[in-house]
Design a protein. Structure first.
Length: 97
């Protein structure tokens, strides 16, 4: 099997709340918590990866991108500073016969 690894840089926010840390991705309305920042971010990364994988499997990722008006940036545009997580999704490449 051949595959293509696709990487997403997803903006997140982390805040302390009631003795725990909450990591959230406002674009995907996803929130996860943990006793440390690292654990909250790990949980959020896994949740976002699961979401994106499910969208790819259901062939609905393009709908998500359109719904949130996500598109490729112009080469002259800079990323807004802030915290991001890197999420990857493996896509299977069909065999060519």
């Amino acid at each position: 099997m051949k595959a293509l690894q696709v990487y997403f840089k997803v903006p997140v926010e982390v805040r302390g709340e009631n003795g725990a840390f909450v990591a959230s991705c406002f674009l995907l309305s996803t929130t996860c918590s943990g006793p440390t920042k690292h654990e909250a971010l790990d949980a959020l990364t896994a949740a976002v990866q699961g979401f994106l994988s499910a969208q790819c499997a259901g062939r609905t990722l393009d709908e998500v991108l359109r719904r949130h008006d996500l598109r490729l940036p112009h080469p002259d545009e800079e990323l807004v500073t802030g915290r991001y997580i890197d999420v990857s999704v493996m896509l299977k490449i069909p065999a060519l016969n």
